[in-house]
Design a protein around this ligand. Structure first.
Ligand code: BGC
Length: 752
């Protein structure tokens, strides 16, 4: 469907593009501009702005694909396109839209830029493990720079759904289980993408998704139902979306799931009462891929009915379903949609375009501009190093330079799988593999894959993995064992392919696939030290691996510089600093699993009868939230609470000592518990964290300021406040191994 016929000469004949928006100062000016534009629009053109369509070759994440798009553009009934191939195509299409449609309203170009555009950074769950907000913001800024240089105005990120069920494949796109950490990341990403000024050619509009509670689907199944108390929503699941709104996010994407029976895309309480009225959001609300049409599958009626309901609930833009557009006449005539609803939705789309500077210059992001790819590559290395989490180390790491290494496993020389999910523009040829990375540290390296990823034929079919394509499994195994026998140390790179996490990739078995586990067991039998490096998109069940491997490094899908980062950590050039943004269960039976559990009336006693625990397994995760080792152990001591005058805050301090002989960076975490309150409160909640650098042997005090806000929660009536009494302050390297102090607070303000 390539459009060829328009020449540059025609560009700009639109009746609108001459209208000066350059200064775009203030809301009033925008309103005046949009009022006058809308005064000249037909009903069909107004509804057309709500139409967000795909283009030939676009990634299709649902059954439907847009048809007749160029003809619709000419009729002025397309508001935007997403996941369109290249800059050149976007230029052609924008010219066509401006010249062929009656009003020449510029199109909006969206794209799934999730963890980098051309330069691929670690998956979001990995980046979250850096606990480095400045880094997260810089990756979003770099992605904005690259994406906008290719004509993308709008990115469908950040995804901020809280996830406490690692069976859900989209955990890879999330920031993990915690509302506080998730909120910090949401705000950092919005700032990075939007750069404080959407009219900048190198800024893009962010889209926080998936509103809401998409990560809480039953059974970890994608798109599944969510049934949740309002208290849990407000306390745990809603804060990251709210943080994105408070950070000024330009758009919000609705989710596929229902919430207590009402699908998000048609949920007036969610989209209007909460988002607009309570939170004051004034940007654009877009559906997810065909989530308007899918309201019929939820049982809400035919396309005409559901489209009307979604629009009336507060939706502005319909991704791919074309429900409103197709049924507009009937809907207006029957009163299912009011003109106010249509005007509101159309206005919001136009406002987004205005804010992005598209009326002033429809080509603002469509001019040849080179993004700084060199700097982005350095950033990708920094991000991959900081995202990796050392889960176990009995002293085998760091490896000695020039050690004789047997490098095995299906991901040891893999390129594409280091990208992970959602990569549209990255070039996997640029990926530094683990083998490339390790070769920088030792010449004595023998590589052999040793096993295939999986021999499960059903799984292989879905993830498009060629079971037959890797030769005889016995031969692979014996080569790996021979290499292990001959080496000083075995480095096994195992985990998941890109397709095993992400959208529509829920799994019930989240351990290593049998083929890989068999190889690992055989390698351990050889008797050499075994270092397991994981390349994957979700927390896995690793009890056997924890007991039998000498070290485990969780590298996640680390992006384009992954191999370098992994090798730097394995050989000690970088002291690992990542901390888990999500708990790792011992087994699937423990799911849902998270650290901020509530107390019960029968407090948990390991294997205790008539207490809130399992009788065949502990309640504790294998690796807790916040956990991550480094090469230089840090000791925590002397926690204390001080009041200081007039500041309206308390100070909670502890002393940290670097007991090792390497410089280290520690992410120190503050948790607060509220043991007596009007409702049962979680035993602890993350309230702050700080990074601190320590030289070998050095001691430093760390101080957290605690204000009233840190003690607030939603009570029975969903009022947000704090209740005087005892609080427990915990400081530590993770959510479990903390030191704590109990302290009574009656009042902030006067005594302080
Ligand atoms: C996903 C969204 C994505 C959209 C557009 C959907 O299937 O849920 O996260 O932004 O497709 O590609």
């Amino acid at each position: 469907m390539k459009i060829k016929y328009l020449s540059l000469i025609l560009f700009g004949v639109s009746i609108l593009t001459g209208v000066a928006q350059a200064a775009s100062s203030g809301r009033q000016e925008m309103n005046r501009f949009i009022d006058s534009l809308m005064a000249g629009m037909t009903l069909e053109e107004k509804v057309g702005q709500t139409n967000l369509l795909t283009w030939d070759g676009s990634l299709q994440t649902g059954a439907t694909k847009s048809k007749g798009v160029s003809e619709k553009i000419a009729r002025g009934v397309v508001g935007g396109l997403f996941n369109v191939g290249s800059l050149e195509e976007r230029i052609d299409i924008q010219r066509y839209a401006l010249c062929s449609s009656r009003l020449g309203i510029p199109l909006l170009f969206g794209q799934d830029v999730i963890h980098g555009h051309r330069t691929i950074f670690p998956i979001p769950l990995g980046l979250a493990c850096s606990w480095d907000m400045e880094l997260v913001e810089r990756t979003a800024r770099a992605a904005a720079d690259e994406a906008s240089s290719e004509g993308i105005d709008w990115v469908f990120s950040p995804m901020v759904d809280i996830v406490r069920d690692p069976r859900w494949g989209r955990v890879a796109e999330s920031s993990g289980e915690d509302p506080y950490l998730g909120s910090c990341i949401a705000a950092a990403m919005v700032k990075g993408y939007q750069r404080g000024d959407l009219t900048r050619p190198d800024a893009v509009m962010a889209c926080v998704k998936h509103f809401g509670l998409y990560g809480a689907g039953e059974g970890g199944r994608d798109y599944d139902a969510v049934d949740m108390s309002l208290n849990r929503m407000y306390q745990v699941y809603l804060p990251p979306y709210r943080a994105a709104v408070d950070a000024g996010v330009g758009s919000v994407m609705t989710s596929f799931n229902d919430i207590n029976g009402v699908p998000a895309t048609a949920n007036k309480w969610l989209l209007t009462d909460l988002l607009r009225t309570q939170w004051g959001f004034d940007g654009l609300v877009v559906s997810d891929y065909t989530s308007v049409g899918e309201l019929s599958n939820h049982g809400l009626g035919n396309l005409r009915q559901v489209a009307a309901r979604a629009l009336a609930a507060g939706l502005d833009m319909d991704m791919v379903s074309e429900g409103v557009y197709k049924h507009l006449k009937e809907c207006v005539e029957s009163g299912a949609i009011t003109m106010q609803d249509i005007d509101r939705a159309c206005r919001r789309v136009l406002e987004a375009k205005y804010r992005l500077g598209l009326f002033a210059d429809p080509f603002v992001r469509l001019r040849e501009r080179a993004a700084d790819r060199k700097q982005a590559a350095c950033l990708a290395l920094e991000a991959a190093r900081k995202s990796a989490v050392l889960l176990k180390n009995d002293g085998v790491l760091p490896l000695k330079k020039n050690a004789k290494v047997a490098l095995v496993g299906p991901f040891a020389d893999s390129k594409y799988d280091l990208f992970g999910t959602w990569v549209l523009a990255g070039n996997s040829n640029e990926v530094i593999t683990v083998k490339d990375g390790i070769a920088r540290y030792t010449r004595d390296l023998y590589y052999t894959p040793g096993a295939i990823v999986t021999d499960n034929p059903d799984l292989a079919r879905v993830i498009r993995y060629d079971i037959q394509g890797y030769g005889d499994p016995e031969q692979l195994l014996s080569e790996a064992l021979a290499a292990a026998r001959d080496a000083d140390v075995v480095v096994a790179v195992m985990g998941e392919t890109s397709g095993m996490s992400g959208e529509s990739a829920s799994m019930t078995d989240i351990g290593l696939q049998k083929t890989q586990r068999r190889l690992l067991e055989a390698l351990v039998e050889v008797g050499k030290e075994v270092v397991l490096v994981l390349v994957n998109g979700r927390p896995m069940t690793l009890e056997w691996e924890d007991q039998n491997c000498n070290a485990i490094l969780e590298a996640w899908a680390p992006g384009v510089q992954g191999g370098n980062a992994i090798a730097d950590i394995l050989f000690g050039a970088y002291n690992p600093s990542g901390k888990l943004a999500i708990s790792f269960p011992v087994n699937v039976g423990q799911i849902p699993i998270y650290y901020s559990t509530k107390p019960t009336g029968r407090p948990y006693v390991p294997y205790g009868k008539y207490t809130a625990g399992y009788i065949d397994c502990l309640n504790e995760p294998l690796y807790p939230f916040g956990y991550g080792l480094n090469y230089s152990p840090v000791e925590y001591s002397d926690i204390r609470v001080d009041r200081y005058a007039g500041a309206g805050c308390l100070s909670v301090r502890a002393t940290l000592t670097n007991k090792g002989n390497l410089q280290t960076t520690e992410t120190v975490q503050l948790y607060i518990g509220d043991p007596v309150a009007s409702i049962s409160r979680p035993k602890k909640e993350l309230k702050s964290f700080k990074k601190i650098g320590l030289e070998p042997g050095e001691s430093k005090d760390i101080e957290f300021s605690v204000t009233e806000n840190d003690l607030k929660f939603y009570n029975e009536r969903l009022e947000y406040g704090w209740e005087p009494g005892d609080f427990v302050f915990e400081i530590g390297p993770d959510s479990k191994n903390t030191i704590s102090v109990r302290f009574k607070i009656e009042k902030f303000g006067d005594a302080n």
